[in-house]
Design a protein around this ligand. Sequence first.
Ligand code: H2B
Length: 95
Amino acid sequence: MVDKLDAAARAALPSTLPRWEVMEGRDAIRRQFRFKDFSEAWAFMSRVALLAEAQDHHPEWSNVWNRVDIVLSTHDAGGLSERDVKLARAIDALL
Ligand code: H2B
């Protein structure tokens, strides 16, 4: 069982993950990415997919040409956990 983020970790989210927004109406974080074209967006998605597999933690995402929208939430916990923070940090580090 994975623990959900505690109150202190939630309060720190704007500073730990300043580029991610906490979603309204759901316990998840989201970031939207924009690239030069589809090829760059897909290259980024390939790298995120490898990270996700390595961490055994997977994004909910969509792609429209040069845009990639990523939502992170821990299904096993029914909300945000440290796994989401860890993956979000690793994704940020790709850029
Ligand atoms: N990804 C996400 N986002 N949440 C999970 O709870 C989760 C996952 N669980 N990837 C993993 C896979 C689990 O289903 C496997 C069996 O480890």
